[in-house]
Design a protein around this ligand. Structure first.
Ligand SMILES: Nc1ncnc2c1ncn2[C@@H]1O[C@H](COP(=O)(O)OP(=O)(O)OP(=O)(O)O)[C@@H](O)[C@H]1O
Ligand SMILES: [Mg+2]
Length: 260
């Protein structure tokens, strides 16, 4: 479905990942990850640098192919150990839209062109309709007046909001965010988080890597702490962030909340 409310009639969670493993050479980056994401829920993923957060998102989006494990997003199920066909991996990729940390826009295309590129070229949708939809999406992220602007004419926060509109334009069922505010000036972080908050309120299913703990407490339904390629602790934000059970989680939170 395209409205983010997950009304496909399927009662199962939108996302189920079981036993996901991924290595780069000798480096075991994901060591058996399980992840369940309910429809219309927001999952926040936290963890130290190198713990595998980005790799996990990239596996969900088929930008990386894991060695083993299963990934199901809605009705697309992939057994990674069974040499999935490129066509099946493309179907998996089409289920989600990803927003990256930065530098995600084509520099020589306007905001509007950046948002219409995917629908027109990858999804072969009629240009006029894709442009009308892109215009509405830019308005939705507060950038109605910036449709003709090039990325270098936009602030970092505005570029990230175009990136969000671009992900939405592909009509995904799941939105993945990889530290969408970590490269921004402090004063522009809020405008991006505010768009994400609106999307969550609309019922979009989201998996968000972020260390914005206040956002996680306010918006997340579920928080996962990863370290060394495993999920160390997960649960409700009040529990995992407010009163973690694991010493590793506690130490990590102390470090990011009080870095000095
Ligand atoms: N394409 C790749 N080739 C080789 N090693 C990789 C590749 N991608 C990631 N890695 C390694 O895998 C590990 C996990 O990387 P990943 O980017 O998933 O971590 P992360 O939790 O997102 O970290 P950060 O918080 O710094 O973004 C790191 O040690 C990284 O160097
Ligand atoms: Mg990362």
């Amino acid at each position: 479905m395209t409205d983010g409310t997950g009304t496909t009639g399927d009662a199962r969670p939108l996302v189920e990942v079981r036993g996901l493993t991924k290595s780069f050479g000798d480096l075991h980056v994901l060591r058996g990850i399980d992840l369940t994401v309910a429809r219309g829920s927001v999952t926040v993923l936290i963890g130290p640098s190198g713990s595998g957060k980005t790799t996990l998102l990239r596996c969900l989006n088929s930008l990386e192919v894991p060695e083993a494990g299963t990934v199901r997003v809605d009705d697309v199920e992939v057994d990674m150990a069974a040499r999935p066909s490129p066509a099946l991996l493309r179907r998996l990729r089409a289920t989600s839209g990803m927003v990256f940390q930065s530098h995600q826009l084509f520099p020589h295309r306007t905001a509007l062109q950046n948002v219409t590129e995917g629908p027109v070229y990858a999804q072969r949708r009629p240009r006029a309709r894709a442009e009308a939809e892109a215009t509405a999406l830019l308005a939705k992220v507060g950038l109605a007046d910036k449709a003709g602007a090039y990325p270098h004419e936009l602030s970092g926060g505005q570029q990230q909001r175009v990136g969000i509109a671009r992900a939405l334009a592909l009509r995904p069922r799941l939105l993945l965010f990889d530290e969408p505010t970590s490269a921004l000036d402090p004063e522009t972080v809020g405008e991006v988080l505010s768009v994400m908050r609106d999307l969550a309120a609309e019922g979009w299913t989201m998996v968000v890597v972020t260390h914005e703990i206040r956002f996680a407490r306010q918006v997340a339904d579920h928080v996962m702490f990863m370290d060394g390629g495993v999920v160390v602790e997960e649960g409700r934000p009040g529990d995992v962030l407010g009163d973690p059970r694991q010493e590793r989680t506690r130490r990590f939170l102390q470090r990011i909340l009080d870095p000095l």
